[in-house]
Ligand binder design. Structure first.
Ligand code: SF4
Length: 375
């Protein structure tokens, strides 16, 4: 089974922490939708498998008019074999949700909404430069639920300068009081090419300490476990049966087609990256060209991908696969793996090696260790 991702690179305003590809000039949106349909047609043969998941992300896909969303879904259905039970996700921002729109999104075939809440604190939201209030976010979740969305996910951010641990806890309490089945909680990283990166360089903003990150992470793990959520990836939690099928397919190495500026595609042996420039993307597609670069993954890169995706999820890695597929001898790593288990960073069951919640905090350095050992 495969997946389709459409990148909608437009946002109402730039969040101060965000380094995704987006534009706040919405003028070219109709042309971009046309370009997306052309790209899907041109790349129909990229995905041979039936489509199990469709994900409209961004940017802010909920900025698209209902007719534009309908057009994109119709194009996908016309070109690909979409599974009858496919998971079809729309990323939405709270300020775009209304009772009418929620009902329409359901009618169009979306069955999962990923809502960009980030915080329920009205003192923190302006710091992030979000375009919605806490009340709007709460109302949005209720409107979606009333419209029949059973599978609602919300995004939250922790480790925000100016937000103390008690406020973070209140955010989680608020999330748990809502009918949401899935939570994506990201640790804030201050990226260089963002407003916050700029302020950090000027000394106007200071990242929170590692100890604060860790404390907020552990608070989150404990509260969500207590509420019955499964922690299945370092940043993702779901009620049983509500894990994101789209993201899991990425992490399990399933093929996917990504269309739109900045989107990536993967077919098992190579990765394609579309240009991150809306104007050039639209122009090239109008000439029948897909502006993308292709990278063929060598064994070492495939090995890295396997470690990266496996060790960040509760699936873990299969040590026998490391030997048979990637040609890596496990024996020299035994002492290191044993140490991880003794320190409570991992669990080992025969050939399966899975990081614990504490281990996930150190996933990057554990991967580096295993990569270095290979050289
Ligand atoms: S966080 Fe989302 S809404 Fe904000 S600028 Fe980034 S993509 Fe746009």
């Amino acid at each position: 089974m495969g997946g389709i991702y459409l990148h909608i690179p437009y946002c109402r305003q730039a969040c101060h922490y965000c380094n995704f590809h987006f534009s706040t000039t919405l003028k070219s949106m109709p042309e971009l939708v046309q370009a997306l349909t052309r790209e899907l047609s041109l790349r129909q043969s990229y995905l041979q498998e039936p489509v199990a998941t469709i994900y409209l992300g961004g940017g802010t896909p909920s900025l698209l008019a209902d007719e534009q969303l309908a057009l994109l879904l119709a194009k996908i259905r016309a070109l690909f074999t979409v599974d009858a039970e496919a998971e079809i996700t729309l990323e939405a921002n709270p300020e775009d949700v209304s009772a009418e729109r929620a009902v329409m999104w359901r009618r169009l075939g979306f069955n999962r909404i990923s809502l960009g809440v980030q915080s329920f604190d009205d003192r923190v939201l302006p710091l992030l430069n979000r375009a919605h209030s806490s009340r709007q976010a709460i109302e949005a979740v209720h409107l979606l639920a009333v419209a029949g969305f059973d599978n609602i996910s919300i995004d939250l951010i922790y480790g925000i300068p100016g937000q103390d641990s008690r406020q973070w806890q209140r955010n989680l309490e608020q999330a748990l009081a809502l009918p949401v089945r899935h939570l994506s909680c990201y640790a804030l990283t201050i990226e260089e090419r963002t407003a916050w990166g700029h302020w950090q360089r000027q000394g106007r903003l200071k990242a929170v300490s590692e100890a604060t990150y860790e404390a907020e992470y552990h608070t989150m793990c404990a509260m969500l476990a207590q509420a019955g959520f499964e922690h299945y990836e370092v940043s993702n939690f779901a009620r049983p049966g509500y894990r994101s099928r789209h993201n899991q397919a990425y992490w399990h190495g399933a093929p996917y087609l990504g269309a739109g500026p900045g989107a990536h595609s993967y077919n098992g042996s190579s990765r394609q990256a579309n240009i991150t420039n809306n104007a050039i993307y639209i122009r090239q597609l109008s000439r029948g060209l897909v502006p993308a670069t292709t990278e063929h993954l060598n064994k070492e890169q495939q090995y890295y991908e396997y470690l990266l995706t496996g060790l960040r999820t509760d699936r873990g890695i299969d040590l026998s696969l490391l030997e048979h597929t990637f040609g890596m001898a496990v024996q020299p790593h035994e002492a290191f793996l044993k140490r991880c288990v003794e320190q409570g960073l991992a669990k080992r069951q025969n050939d399966k090696f899975v990081l614990t919640e504490s281990g996930w905090l150190l996933a990057d350095s554990i991967i580096v260790e295993l990569m270095n050992d290979k050289k």
